[in-house]
Design a protein around this ligand. Structure first.
Ligand code: NAD
Ligand code: ZN
Ligand code: ZN
Length: 345
């Protein structure tokens, strides 16, 4: 089968041929119909040796929609069923993993992987091996290209919003920074799940247009003055929550300056920016900072249900799997609106 592999640290991904895996025990073989390209893939490709616990070579790809092709001897599967894969795979045996919360596996710091395509072979291939049926969520007739991004861009956004949702009412305003794969689904989810106002921030006009199509009430270009815009549109108080899908020094600074007292700063983006937490300091009094990672299997089922009900729809740009380098360049150069998805031949 064809697969996109990271051959080693500091090296470009390669398109190569591998034997098709054979499922053993409770494993499931999924035929990939679409696989998303996430900005985290660029962080992995660009990482220096030692920066991440993974051990290349491995196949990339952590946003998979497809069809069950085969099960191991102890896997109860319906061959042909259409599914998405819950990608954060943990140790498989701790109390968190037992409840489908592998994203917060108790042994995460001991593992050399974070999930499918992140240290173990992932879905940028014709087929992917999944450890167990518990990592699968049925999708019915959802389009595979639109379903694949639900598993990370949708799920991570949903989980990030779940942490602040009880505090968001019709008087609240949320700023979403970075309207790419994750951010545009976050805007849709906030609109679907809360009555609050959404302000979108990005450096690209195309992303701001996508934010408006996704339901943002206001969209504004990121400049040195953006924190003033956030304050001006909230009567001077600041926004109730910031969802930062970039995570650079400048966006963290914008979040901290634009946030209201007793507000939530939710850091999702992995650009490596730093923020100083200190008392006394410049962060607003009462503010809460969280670092959500991916989401649980039950949350993925919620996200799929929202999409099947028409409340969530990923904007995607499709590339053949073998054109992965073209998709990577488009993502790197800011030439995409929404998510790039790769389609195996
Ligand atoms: P993306 O490239 O699709 O989107 C990023 C967006 O941010 C783009 O629209 C870009 O124009 C915009 N942007 C860049 N610099 C900006 C700035 N200074 N101000 C405002 N906007 C700016 O990326 P994505 O796939 O949506 O991922 C977003 C981030 O989230 C990445 O860092 C990724 O690694 C991370 N991520 C984290 C998790 C998690 O579990 N915490 C999961 C998935 C992705
Ligand atoms: Zn991702
Ligand atoms: Zn675990």
């Amino acid at each position: 089968m064809t697969a996109v592999r990271l051959p080693g640290w500091g090296r470009s991904p390669v398109v190569t041929e591998l034997p098709r895996p054979v499922p053993r025990d409770g494993q499931v073989l999924v035929r990939v119909e679409a696989v998303g390209l996430c900005h985290s893939d660029l962080h992995v490709i660009d990482a220096a040796r030692g920066a991440m616990p993974f051990r290349p070579p491995f196949t990339l790809g952590h946003e998979v929609a497809g069809r069950i092709a085969a099960g191991g001897p102890s896997a109860a599967v319906t061959v042909g069923e259409r599914v998405v894969v819950h990608g954060p795979w943990g140790c498989g045996s701790c109390p968190r993993c037992a409840r489908g919360r592998d994203n917060y596996c108790d042994r995460r710091s001991e593992l050399s992987w974070a999930g499918m395509g992140l240290g173990v072979d992932g879905g940028m291939a014709d087929h992917v091996l999944v450890p167990s049926t518990k990592h699968l969520v049925p999708i019915g007739e959802l389009d595979a290209g639109e379903a694949a991004p639900l598993t990370d861009a949708g799920l991570t956004s949903y989980h990030a919003i779940a942490g602040i949702r009880p505090r968001l009412d019709e008087d609240s305003t949320v700023a979403v920074i970075g309207i790419g794969g994750l951010g545009h689904l976050a805007v849709q989810l906030i609109r679907a799940l809360t009555p609050c106002r959404v302000i979108a921030v990005d450096v690209r006009d195309e992303a701001l247009a996508l934010a408006e199509r996704s339901g943002a009430h206001l969209s504004t270009k990121a400049t040195a003055d953006t924190s003033r815009v956030l304050r001006a549109t909230t009567g001077g108080a600041g926004v109730d929550a910031v969802l930062d899908f970039v995570g650079s020094r400048s966006t963290l600074d914008l979040g901290a300056r634009g946030l209201r007292s007793d507000g939530d700063l939710v850091l999702v983006g992995s650009s490596g920016g730093e923020l100083t937490v200190r008392k006394p300091g410049s962060l607003p009094p009462g503010c809460r900072i969280s670092l959500p990672f991916w989401g649980s299997r039950d949350e993925l089922a919620d996200v799929v249900a929202l999409s099947r009900a028409g409340a969530l729809s990923a904007e995607v740009q499709r590339f053949p799997l073998t054109a992965v380098h073209e998709a990577i360049s488009a993502l790197r150069n800011g030439n995409l609106a929404g998510r790039a998805v790769l389609i195996p031949g």
